[in-house]
Design a protein. Structure first.
Length: 267
C-alpha cells in the first residue's frame, strides 16, 4: 500500500556539520520516522521550505544560490531515515546559516496494517462473510473474517478506518453512532471513521499503540463501539468501560497466504 506522511522539520544548527567551501548545514544524525508495518520503498519531497540567513549587504550577490535537499538514507523494517541539508552554493565566501524549516512529504510503499480486535467476551470482532453484512464478536479464533486493514496511524486519538477482508467494505457506525454497527459501506467517510482511545479515557497524546494494547473505538458523533455478552455489537455506548474495550492484535505478516486479503487488487 502507498502511504503519505507530511512531517514538519526545523534545522537550527543543531547536530550539523558545516562544509566551508559551500556552506551547508549537514545533519550528523539522520531523522527517523516509524511506520506501523514493513516499508519496502520510500521517496521524499520538500514542501513550503523557508531559509533563514543573516547576510551582510556585501554578500547578497546573484552568484549566491540557496540550497535545500532531502535524502532518504535508509530503510530498516518499519523505520525510514532521512536527512535535510541546507546552505549556500557558488561563492568563495561563506556566511553562517540560521537554518531552514518547512515540511517533508514522505511517500512509502509498505505492508498494510492488518489487525484483529478481541472483545470483552474473549471473542474476536468478525465481519460476517468477510464484509458486506453484519458484524459480531462471537469467534473463538481469528481467521480471515476477523482480520481488518487499519487505515490511519496507531496512535491515541488518531482517526482510523477498518476495511473488511473482502477489500471492499468498511466498518460503519450507523448514523455516525448511537445505533448499530455493520460492514456494509463501500466507501470511507464520516460514519466509517473512528478514533482510537484508551479505556477509561486515559489521555496520553500521541502515544502509539502496540500489539496487545487495550483500545476503544469512538464514533464520529462521540458514541463508542460496545459488545454484549452474546457477541452482538452496537455503537450506542456513551462512555468507555469493559464492554467498550478491545485487545489489539497486529498480524505480523501480510504475506501469510491464509491471511492476505485482496486489499491491493488494483495495483
Amino acid at each position: 500500500m502507498i502511504d503519505f506522511q507530511l512531517i514538519p522539520f526545523e534545522n537550527l544548527n543543531e547536530n550539523v556539520e558545516p562544509d566551508n567551501e559551500n556552506y551547508i548545514q549537514r545533519p550528523t544524525v539522520p531523522e527517523t520516522y516509524l511506520f506501523d508495518t514493513k516499508v519496502h520503498r520510500a521517496e521524499i519531497a520538500l514542501q513550503s521550505v523557508t531559509m533563514q540567513y543573516n547576510f551582510p549587504p556585501a554578500l547578497t550577490y546573484p552568484h549566491w544560490h540557496q540550497f535545500v535537499e532531502a535524502i532518504v538514507c535508509g530503510i530498516q523494517d518499519e523505520t525510514v531515515s532521512f536527512t535535510v541539508t541546507c546552505g549556500m552554493r557558488g561563492s568563495e565566501d561563506t556566511w553562517p546559516s540560521q537554518g531552514c524549516q518547512g515540511n517533508i512529504l514522505l511517500i512509502v510503499d509498505r505492508d498494510p496494517t492488518l489487525v484483529r480486535l478481541k472483545a470483552c467476551n474473549g471473542k474476536f470482532l468478525s465481519a460476517v462473510g468477510g464484509g458486506g453484512g453484519t458484524v459480531v464478536a462471537d469467534k473463538q479464533f481469528a481467521h480471515k473474517w476477523e482480520t481488518f486493514e487499519l487505515q490511519g496511524r496507531l496512535e491515541y486519538m488518531a482517526d482510523i478506518k477498518l476495511k473488511a477482508f473482502d477489500g471492499v467494505h468498511f466498518l460503519q457506525a450507523e448514523d455516525g453512532g448511537g445505533a448499530g454497527l455493520n460492514a456494509n459501506a463501500g466507501w470511507a467517510k464520516e460514519w466509517e471513521t473512528f478514533k482510537l482511545v484508551f479505556p477509561q479515557d486515559i489521555r496520553i497524546g500521541g502515544k502509539r499503540f502496540q500489539s496487545g494494547a487495550q483500545i476503544g473505538l469512538q464514533c464520529s458523533n462521540g458514541h463508542y463501539v460496545s459488545v454484549a455478552d452474546d457477541g452482538s455489537i452496537s455503537a450506542k455506548a456513551s462512555s468507555v468501560g469493559p464492554r467498550e474495550t478491545f485487545i489489539l492484535n497486529m498480524v505480523n505478516s501480510s504475506r501469510d497466504i491464509n491471511l492476505l486479503p485482496p486489499f491491493n487488487k488494483q495495483e
